[in-house]
Design a protein around this ligand. Structure first.
Ligand code: NDP
Length: 238
């Protein structure tokens, strides 16, 4: 059997597409998100689905221990869980900023903390963190979200340098706009409508499967090759 792949945020969108793509290549999977049903509905072979909130580092560790006992060591971790709560900085509820920082940044660090010591000891392993084009440039109403995604870029590259001599790879994937549930959690109807118009004006966005293909490409390189960063977006996106 191939190496175990752990995917956070596998209950919808990009995470679900990556689960299908890695499963199709024969990898056993540990799928994590708060909603269990949509992960079970994927009906993927050799997959363990556990309801976990990524802000709970101990829960991630416990879920990984269960999956390792069943499938062997973690070959790859994909930190994909995230939320995007857009808002005007003067009026947005600061609780939304805390939520994004906890899920998008602390959640990624919690995932890394759960696997890194073992990967270093075994001198192999790959961690793919899903950032965003909003982790490289700013967009209107994205201040706190951009801050979390710039942080994902920074911490990924920093840890890559930290563990490179242990043959552990860290990869940042930065998608442009993708058709998923992501926008639905923004509370302002005005901002949601503006974002929908922006997507239409650019003539459409990319599919979650395109991001899954990018993750597979990075993962499938020989362990001696680290694809450090992939940025991909609709051709017409600015
Ligand atoms: P979705 O909203 O469709 O998926 C987000 C996933 O994250 C869900 O599975 C959700 O599961 C999970 N999640 C959210 N909060 C938590 C939590 N506290 N604990 C565990 N899981 C959680 O959006 P996408 O698929 O688009 O998003 C995936 C990643 O891609 C995110 O990091 C996002 O920032 C990034 N991205 C998305 C882009 C887009 O345009 N769609 C563009 C660039 C980057 P559940 O609710 O069941 O917990």
């Amino acid at each position: 059997m191939k190496e175990l792949i752990v995917i956070t945020g596998a209950s919808s969108g990009i995470g679900a597409a990556m689960a299908k793509a890695f499963s199709a290549k024969g990898h056993p999977l540990l799928l994590l998100a708060r909603r269990l049903e949509p992960m079970l509905d994927l009906e993927l072979e050799n997959s363990l689905c556990i309801s976990v909130d990524v802000t709970d580092g101990e829960a991630i560790k416990a879920a990984i221990a269960t999956s390792v006992a069943k499938f062997g060591p973690v070959g790859g971790l994909i930190n994909n869980a995230g939320v995007m709560l857009l808002g005007h900085t003067d009026t947005q509820d600061p609780a939304e900023w805390s939520r994004m920082i906890n899920i998008n940044v602390m959640g990624v660090l919690n995932g890394i903390h759960a696997v890194l010591a073992d990967m270093k000891a075994r001198k192999t392993g790959t961690i793919i963190n899903i950032s965003s084009v909003a982790g490289r440039k700013s967009f209107p109403n994205h201040a706190a979200y951009c801050a979390t995604k710039f942080a994902v870029h920074a911490l990924t590259e920093n840890i890559r340098e930290e563990v490179a001599t242990h043959d552990v790879r860290l990869v940042t994937i930065a998608p442009g706009a993708v058709e998923t549930e992501l926008l639905s959690h923004t509370s302002s109807d005005e901002i949601k409508a503006g974002y929908a118009d922006w997507k239409e004006e650019m003539g459409g966005v990319i599919a979650p499967e395109t991001i899954a293909d990018a993750a597979l490409f990075a993962y499938q390189q020989p362990q001696s090759v680290c694809v450090r960063e992939i940025v991909l977006a609709a051709t017409r996106q600015q």
